[in-house]
Design a protein around this ligand. Structure first.
Ligand SMILES: *Cc1c(COP(=O)(O)O)cnc(C)c1O
Length: 405
């Protein structure tokens, strides 16, 4: 039974159809290369959706995982453990945060943050201060609370009733925020760069004014850095480049370099509202996850590596511009560091997924961000030759997609 052959067709037989994976089944990865069941090779510019920040099977992450695997796998939070304590020290030393809460995914980190902002307001003001403001097109995860705070209606539809007291306003529009923020607002939640929403960076002046409005109304500012964090933008966290410090920051995706882990980073001011027994997670702070994440942070929080991310950004943008000069397919190239979005020209809106299939045929793993934007979120240590080869494959995929239209 365990040895029965499994293929893409097996997915449709035994998996809930909430995903529609590509036709091939990857079986092995090394750096930015991946091989499928048929031995075909791919260049991975998807990075597991901004997760595999050091590529596949980075030797130091493999070593950290193996070392911990021979020591201790799991304890629960009835006991603490060394890898979790070390990772919390690394994260608090490297950021604004004084305290850390660990969990297993991005949605869980946001769930903790959204519960904490309500609890903090409840403790310090009262239950009427419970309103959360977030932005249209934002994405914060797939639990009921996180789809409610997220600004994309399609993720809520059919799941109502959803939690109340949440307002959405246009992103990068400070007047829209001014019109709804009040002393009943307990928090404003934003991504420094909207990821799933189409790679839309926050205007730094907008972010600065959001911080000011939060302070005026005694509301907390939550940065969802699940996609932008851990070196992705060329800073350890994107807030550092933006020059605006949140009260709460959520991190996941790249934090474990491919091992599931999430974290909520907070200032001392707010940490106290999660007193003993108020929140928890059985797996949160798991020693295997924290050992790998500790090693990932150790490698990534390095000025030379982070400067490299900024240089690679330039290479990608120049390569995408060259593709555009030939094919006139992109209306805008956006993003920071190695979180890059190329919006398709109007005639191709709604058809971004077609490029994914064409890319796969050319040996390239690519992402979309919504129906109109091609997205790349590769390894932060991708080499120059792999960038060039990846872009060459992308150009062939673009040419073929256009030729077949
Ligand atoms: C991916 C993502 C999430 C959800 O993370 P999961 O690990 O899938 O739960 C939340 N917020 C942002 C900005 C993300 O990119």
């Amino acid at each position: 039974m365990r040895n029965d052959a499994v293929t893409r067709a097996t997915f449709d037989q035994v998996m809930v159809p909430n995903y529609n994976p590509q036709a091939m089944v990857p079986v092995r990865g090394e750096g930015v290369r991946v091989w499928d069941q048929d031995g075909c090779e791919y260049i991975d510019l998807a990075g597991g959706i901004a997760v595999n920040a050091l590529g596949h099977c980075h030797p130091r992450l493999v070593a950290a995982l193996k070392e911990q695997a021979n020591k201790l796998w799991h304890l629960s939070n009835v006991f603490t453990n060394e890898p979790a304590l070390r990772l919390a020290k690394q994260l608090t030393e490297a950021t604004f945060a004084d305290k850390v809460f660990f969990c297993n995914s991005g949605a869980e980190a946001n769930e903790a943050a959204f519960k904490l902002v309500r609890k903090y307001a409840y403790d310090h003001v009262g239950p009427e201060k419970h309103e959360i403001i977030s932005f249209n097109q934002s994405f914060h995860g797939r639990t009921l609370f996180t789809v409610s705070v997220g600004g994309q209606k399609k993720y809520r539809e059919g799941f109502e009733p959803v939690p109340a007291g949440i307002t959405h306003v246009p992103f990068n529009d400070i007047d829209a925020l001014k019109a709804v923020i009040s002393d009943k607002t307990c928090a404003v939640v934003m991504e420094p760069i909207q990821g799933e929403g189409g790679i839309i960076p926050a205007d730094p002046e907008f972010a600065r004014q959001v911080r000011e409005l939060c302070d005026q109304h005694n509301a907390l500012l939550v940065f969802d850095e699940i996609q932008t964090g851990v070196g992705r933008t060329g800073e350890l966290y994107a807030y550092m480049g933006l020059g605006v410090t949140p009260d709460i920051l959520t991190s996941a995706k790249a934090l474990g370099g491919g091992f599931p882990v999430g974290a909520m980073l907070v200032s001392d001011k707010v940490a106290g509202s999660f007193g003993f027994g108020t929140h928890g997670s059985t797996y949160g702070g798991n020693p295997l996850a924290c050992a790998v994440a500790g090693e990932a942070i150790e490698i990534i929080n390095d000025r030379a590596l982070l400067d490299g991310v900024k240089q690679k950004h330039q290479q990608f943008v120049e390569g995408l511009q060259a593709i555009n000069a030939k094919h006139a397919i992109f209306s805008e190239i956006r993003g920071k560091g190695l979180l890059i979005g190329a919006e398709l020209v109007e005639a191709w809106h709604g058809k971004a997924a077609q490029f994914l299939a064409a890319a796969r045929d050319e040996g390239l793993m690519l992402l979309v961000a919504g129906p109109n934007v091609l997205r790349m979120a590769p390894s932060l240590v991708i080499g120059d030759a792999d960038i060039a080869e990846g872009l060459a494959r992308l150009e062939r995929a673009v040419a073929k997609t256009l030729a077949n239209a």
